[in-house]
Design a protein around this ligand. Structure first.
Ligand SMILES: NC(=O)N[C@@H](O)C(=O)O
Ligand code: NI
Length: 167
């Protein structure tokens, strides 16, 4: 493995993340007052894309143990058959790492600093790193695909990209 290089954290915006998926942010959502005005519905933060190959959408809870920093991003994965959305239940900042596809391999990764009240949905077949929780065990609601077929493709980088301690 050759020399490592630093991976800087970028602020997360809908535009910056658009090539990779959707930012799940109540601050940018359509709000519908429901239940006699007692409830705000932050409507349709994302649309699950899980029906490829007869898949269906499931909701899971991920309890992520915090990563140690500096953290080496040395692999990426993608789910060819379905999207995958993460919404923090524990209001802690976390990190989302994505990469463009370059002829079937992930290109240079991009790391986004995500606020503790914001989630992301990785679009189907988008390269991303598995959950990166920061500082303490963190719970996430995860919406992704259950079904037949191989829905996990992994790739190891020749060189690791180092995320320095974000805290
Ligand atoms: N393996 C699994 O369900 N989780 C990963 O896909 C991830 O992106 O964290
Ligand atoms: Ni994943």
């Amino acid at each position: 493995m050759s020399a490592m290089q630093k991976l800087e954290l970028e602020p997360l915006t809908a535009d910056a993340f658009a090539p990779f998926g959707t930012v799940l942010d109540t601050g940018a959502a359509e709000i519908r007052m429901i239940n006699g005005g007692t409830t705000e519905r932050f409507h349709a933060l994302a649309m699950a894309d899980t029906e490829t190959g007869g898949g269906r959408t499931i909701l899971s809870l991920f309890r992520g143990q915090p990563r140690s920093f500096p953290y080496a991003v040395d692999m990426m994965e993608r789910h060819p058959l379905g999207s995958q959305a993460f919404f923090p239940l524990t209001p802690r900042p976390w990190i989302a790492v994505v990469a463009p596809d370059e002829n079937g391999r992930p290109g240079s990764p991009r790391a986004f600093a995500v606020a503790g009240h914001v989630g992301v949905q990785y679009a189907r077949n988008v390269w991303h790193h598995p959950l990166i929780a920061v500082g303490a065990p963190s719970d996430f609601l995860v919406m992704d695909r259950e079904g037949d077929g191989s829905n996990l493709e992994e790739f190891s980088y020749d060189q690791a990209y180092m995320i320095m301690d974000p805290t």
